[in-house]
Design a protein around this ligand. Structure first.
Ligand code: NAD
Length: 338
């Protein structure tokens, strides 16, 4: 039997990428929707054959606890809303997946992790690249030291954001700008390539400027992360220019992925030439990985603690930008990706 999933939030990512992947998935079926819009409730329940009793809004969402059709809830709402809906899903006794960034503060992440622990449900963060072949290859190179010790990592992810009044440009809903939205992929990549967490962040530069005028959230960010064995990751994120790259240099070779973080079209190369990897649907692969954890007890590769550590690093980057100083990171958990 497939696991029944309810999607919370029917925005761009949810309807454009996640739902189509869930429909194709071998392990999940879309059984419920949670939306604040009557029109979307109509449209998507018809399109995906969802019965009236499995349609919820943000007010009556908690009633989902009595619905045996739903095993897991997927939260695809603006960042600052993740905490509330993850906790409500946990209290309803459902497993829960939240989109990235997990939340807008470490405190929120801790409350989310505790709620899921107390309810004995599994918590996942929607990090789709943990299941992507180019990234798995990069992890292998870094973690097995197949080409010798790592020397450095360079990563950047940026795009030109549209000025349409969207929540991403509002501090209270987004929690931050390009760093929390796309820079987080670079943080993740460096962490899973090294297989350890950084010990400090430094040399941070932040421009709070988008469309050539001051913005509530960061537009361009550059930062460095220091890992325990001396490896440095040189990172950047942007809402003003395009970039999409991950480069890893080891003693005896290198790997470059570019584009590296988009949904498709990833290309890889090493010192030996083109890296030929299988094309996959990233969101579908992510869902099969999640099912493996729920059904077969396989290690959760993108858990709450993993999401929390990224937010911890993000908070340190913002702090370092303010003080101009290197900020050390309190150790939370080692080798979480290994
Ligand atoms: P979106 O604006 O397209 O969708 C947001 C949804 O939330 C909409 O359905 C909107 O109606 C609903 N909503 C409820 N309350 C809202 C409020 N107060 N303000 C604004 N919208 C509200 O956004 P999106 O691009 O789909 O992003 C949703 C989440 O998914 C974010 O956390 C984002 O970081 C994440 N995301 C992840 C990926 C990925 O590759 N993993 C890609 C895109 C987005």
């Amino acid at each position: 039997k497939k696991l029944g999933l309810a999607m919370v939030g029917l925005g761009k990512y949810s309807t454009g990428q996640l739902i189509p992947a869930i429909i194709q998935s071998e392990s999940f079926s879309l059984k419920g929707i949670v939306t604040g819009s009557e029109d979307k409730a109509q449209e998507y329940s018809t399109k995906y054959d969802i019965p009236e009793k499995n349609i919820y809004n943000y007010e009556n969402f908690d009633l989902i606890k009595d619905n045996p059709d739903i095993d897991i809830v997927y939260i695809a709402l603006p960042n600052s809303m993740h905490e509330e809906y993850v906790i409500r899903a946990a209290l309803a006794g459902k497993h829960v997946i939240t989109e990235k960034p997990m939340a807008t503060s470490v405190k929120q992440c801790e409350r989310m992790i505790n709620a899921c622990k107390n309810a004995n449900v599994e918590l996942f963060v929607g990090y789709r690249l943990h299941f992507e072949p180019h990234h798995l290859e990069a992890m292998k190179l870094g973690q097995t030291k197949a080409k010798g010790k790592l020397k450095k990592i360079i990563g950047s992810f940026g795009f030109k954001i549209e000025d349409n009044g969207q929540w991403r440009l509002k501090k209270d809903l987004a929690g931050g700008g390009s760093l929390v939205d796309v820079g987080i992929y670079v943080i993740q990549a460096a962490r899973y390539v090294v297989g350890q967490n950084p010990i400090a962040v430094k040399n941070v530069k932040i421009e709070n400027k988008i469309f050539d005028r001051p913005s509530e959230v960061d537009g361009d960010v550059t930062w460095e992360m220091e890992f325990p064995d001396g490896v440095i990751a040189f990172c950047s994120s942007s809402y003003t220019k395009e970039s999409d790259k991950l480069f890893i240099e080891a003693e005896k070779g290198w790997i470059e992925i570019s584009p590296a973080y988009y949904y498709y079209g990833l290309k890889g190369a090493t010192e030996q030439g083109t890296l030929k990897m299988k094309r996959i649907n990233q969101q579908k692969a992510q869902m099969e990985g999640i099912a493996d954890t729920i059904i077969n007890g396989i290690h959760n590769r993108a858990s709450g603690i993993d999401g929390l550590i990224d937010i911890q690093i993000i908070e340190a980057i913002y702090k370092s930008a303010k003080t101009g100083e290197r900020v050390t990171l309190e150790k939370r958990q080692e080798n979480i990706h290994a």
